[in-house]
Design a protein around this ligand. Structure first.
Ligand SMILES: Cc1ncc(COP(=O)(O)O)c(C=O)c1O
Length: 443
């Protein structure tokens, strides 16, 4: 029988005699390489330890002094877990709510087959913030587009009258909807797809932000198309912002052909782009809305699909479900994630601090016009793209920023995305910009 001894907390957490506080960055790396799935390639020589404040992490780096396993440094969190921590690390309101409900209110863990009282709070808060009729709670972000895909197919058969097994879902080139089989079936990224086929059928791709391509496809195959499933701004693709006229035209086309507009706001929702939800920037209302990440306040994985009564209404008992989707703790956390979004005016702060960061980007672009090709963003979902040259390497920028106390990560070769917490302070934005300026200068 395997002998396993586990005790202690934090740095004293010890597994079979190996104490976390004694491990160097190289030790962490070798344990991950030896025992992990090797499906990530994290930044080298740095291990995050704990939170200092809502936008600052304490990380461990290699020590030059042989008596210590590491040194500790501050790191401004320029990514906030890919927008899962819009409310800031360890947001006090959310932490207090969790601790209170677990210790004082004795929060139970029960499945959906028995009613619990916090579901009502969840449904009221989510329909309130989204303006949608119905909501289905899920867990991981990827489950939101997955469920929109399923609902759209069933709506296509039961309401639109598409012949059985012939429904088409349209997705946009360059999208990122997650890593499930359905999500990668919609992807055109070879790294996500290679050797994972066969893929889910019934998917057609169109270029993003190309209304003519969508129009042509809808005219050719509209009778069998159930939904256009799309991000309002493509995050993982490198913050690709469509023209202001694109989504109003998309919404009109969808209406004309009786096709659902299903928006994946897993990354753009919860204030990130300067509106509570990015579709509001374009004055459209989707029929289905998928959220994740910051829906869990940076504390728990929480996602959901919200939508129109007659669309989400195609679900029936047994057709959909999730053990942890909307369980009491998730329900409480998401209610408080929404409370913080509203009370702490996160969308407004994203607009103000986003404008400040974009102004810095403009200045850096003017200073280095031969290096910075384009800057893009809405609210605090921002990126700068460098020209295509080997020395203008996004990974080098990420490593340089790390040395200068900022955590950011390249997407693709030459784009660097910055998406800090929406609670970030003006001086921290200035520090991020100063670090970027210094690193770009050295390239
Ligand atoms: C638009 C979008 N959809 C879905 C996902 C998947 O979310 P998760 O990684 O939590 O499953 C992401 C993650 O980056 C995303 O950006």
């Amino acid at each position: 029988m395997t002998q396993l001894s586990i005790h202690g907390y934090g740095d004293d957490l010890t597994i079979n005699g190996i104490r976390l506080g004694d491990l160097s960055p190289a030790d962490h790396e070798s344990i991950e390489k030896e025992k992990g799935g090797r499906n990530y390639n994290p930044l080298e020589n740095v291990v995050v330890s704990h939170v200092k404040d809502s936008s600052t992490l304490i990380c461990r780096k290699p020590s030059s002094d042989e008596t210590r396993a590491y040194i500790e440094e501050e790191l401004i969190d320029g990514l906030c877990c890919y927008s899962a921590v819009n409310q800031g690390q360890l947001n006090q309101t959310i932490v207090d709510a969790v601790v209170h409900h677990l210790t004082v209110d004795k929060l139970p863990t029960v499945p959906r087959s028995i009613r619990h009282k916090y579901m009502a709070a969840f449904l009221l808060a989510v329909t309130g913030i989204t303006g949608m009729d119905r909501v289905v709670p899920k867990v991981a972000g990827v489950e939101a587009p997955d469920l929109m895909f399923k609902i759209a197919r069933r709506w296509g058969y039961r309401v639109k009258g598409i012949p059985q097994n012939e429904a088409i879902i349209v997705a946009a080139n360059g999208n990122f909807h997650g890593r499930s089989m359905t999500a990668i079936s919609m992807s055109d990224d070879p790294d996500s797809r290679n050797d994972f086929g066969p893929f889910v059928p019934g998917i057609e791709m169109v270029p993003f932000n190309d209304i003519d391509a969508l129009k042509t496809l809808f005219e050719q195959k509209g009778d069998k198309i159930a939904a256009f499933l799309v991000e309002p701004i493509q995050g993982e693709a490198g913050v690709i912002v469509p023209d202001d006229t694109y989504f109003p035209q998309v919404a009109e086309l969808c209406k004309k052909h009786n096709i659902l507009l299903a928006m994946d706001e897993v990354q753009t929702g919860f204030g990130r782009t300067g509106a509570n939800f990015a579709h509001q920037l374009f004055n459209v209302k989707p029929d289905l809305l998928g959220c994740g990440k910051a829906a869990g306040g940076g504390i728990l994985p929480v996602s959901f699909v919200a939508g129109r009564d007659d669309v989400v209404g195609v679900l029936t008992p047994g057709s959909e479900g999730s053990t942890f989707g909307g369980y009491p703790l998730a329900a409480v956390v998401s209610v408080y994630a929404i409370k913080v979004l509203v009370d702490q005016k996160l969308a407004e702060n994203a607009r103000t601090r986003g404008a400040q960061l974009m102004q810095h980007f403009e200045d850096i672009k003017s200073e280095f016009p031969d290096k910075i090709k384009e800057i893009r963003g809405r609210g605090l979902l921002t990126a700068f793209e460098m020209f295509d040259a080997p020395y203008l390497d996004g990974h080098k920028v990420s490593l340089g920023l790390l040395k200068n106390g900022v955590y950011a990560k390249e997407t693709h070769h030459s784009t660097v995305r910055l998406a800090p917490a929406l609670t970030i302070q003006a001086w921290q934005i200035d520090n991020i910009a100063e670090a970027i300026r210094g690193v770009v200068k050295e390239l």
